[in-house]
Write a protein that binds this ligand. Structure first.
Ligand code: NAD
Length: 332
């Protein structure tokens, strides 16, 4: 039986990485019926919105989407499509693995950590206004339900994936209500998972430790904004944005996408690294229950990177996006 998956190419360099990821998924032999859907600034003229109803309906129907990055113009009335999708489908858990692949030049070896980022609350909810023309206000909203479900997700994830430790990331020393509640709930939930080690870390101190001793960390559970920032930091530790995938998991659906943006500076040049998008597709296959196809994609990427012959520019090579994807398919 075929799986139905919504495919959103995105804009900028998005269509290039999504075409590569689709080709690799198809090479695994898993039967997928893709439903093409659009989103982004280019849709405004046609549909009056960057996120057309057809796209929302498609995801509602399939429950799963593979998505390319979408440009969010800064300081305009344009609401982020990504934030809107997270809200519409209540995609509360943003899972971002960061792993070193032998062959990629990085300062550290053997990093294998996962950021579990809350995806719907915090300053990211965008509840802000101009109080007067010289004063801007933004509300940092945390709910007990929001904290509980992301922290529980992180512990369940740790158990399911055979991981050993969960670290709760916060700034509870200063933000005693919001981050304080997050930390209290994490401490309570941790007691129910005696098989998983638990500790907590203040976000600024943790950033310093992360760049000195990343091997100390395993699963990091973070409120939305810290998770956003820390996961880009971790992407840098393992070789850059081109290598880090993500899953957005919710009650009403799941959307898989690379963590990088639309990379407008290299769009159309066929030099964007599709690894993050291909690994996102691999997370999607695992979510669909196709664990062995997912693992074979990851292994193929490992092989191509370790061989070091066909690498994109950001990894120190000269290969095009398509050449890299073809090499992964050959290695499958
Ligand atoms: P970006 O990730 O697009 O690019 C930052 C830098 O990294 C650029 O120099 C880019 O060329 C490079 N880069 C990114 N991905 C790469 C890859 N796979 N291979 C090689 N190089 C890569 O970040 P940005 O420039 O801050 O954002 C561009 C746009 O993307 C903005 O409008 C932003 O809002 C949007 N964005 C979208 C998403 C999403 O849709 N999920 C995520 C982040 C940013």
């Amino acid at each position: 039986m075929a799986y139905h998956v919504t495919l959103i190419p995105g804009d900028g360099s998005g269509p290039e990485v999504i075409a590569a990821a689709k080709k690799v998924v198809e090479a695994t032999g898993v039967d997928i019926q893709w439903e093409m859907a659009e989103a982004g600034a280019a849709m405004i003229e046609k549909f009056g919105t960057p996120l057309p109803d057809e796209t929302i309906e498609s995801i509602r129907k399939t429950g799963v989407a593979l998505k390319g990055p979408i440009t969010t113009p800064v300081g305009t009335g344009f609401r982020s499509v990504n934030v809107a999708l997270r809200k519409t489908f209540d995609l509360y858990a943003n899972v971002r693995p960061a792993k070193t692949y032998p062959g990629v030049i990085t300062k550290f070896e053997n990093i294998d950590l996962v950021i579990v980022r809350e995806n719907t609350e915090d300053l990211y909810a965008g509840i802000e206004r101009m109080v007067d023309e010289d004063t801007a206000e933004s509300i940092k909203l945390f709910t007990r339900k929001g904290c509980e479900r992301i922290i529980r997700y992180a512990f369940d994830f740790a158990v399911r994936e055979g991981r050993k430790k969960v670290t709760a990331v916060h700034k509870a020393n200063i933000m005693k209500c919001t981050d304080g509640m997050f930390l209290d709930i994490a401490r309570e939930i941790a007691k129910k998972y005696p098989q998983i080690q638990f500790n907590d870390s203040i976000v600024d101190a943790m950033c310093m430790r992360l760049v000195m001793h990343p091997e100390d960390y395993d699963v990091l559970v973070c409120p939305n904004l810290y998770g956003d920032i820390v996961s880009d930091l971790c992407a840098g530790l393992v070789g850059g944005l081109g290598l880090t995938p993500s899953a957005n998991i919710g009650v009403n659906g799941a959307i898989f996408e690379p963590i990088h943006g639309s990379a407008p500076d290299i769009a159309g040049q066929h030099k964007i690294n599709p690894t993050a998008a291909i690994l996102s597709a691999s997370l999607m296959l695992a979510h669909l229950g196709e664990g062995s196809a997912a693992a074979s994609i990851e292994k193929a990427i490992e092989t191509v990177i370790a061989e070091g012959k066909i690498l994109t520019v950001d990894m120190g090579g000269t290969a095009s996006t398509e050449d890299f994807a073809d090499a992964v398919i050959a290695a499958l």
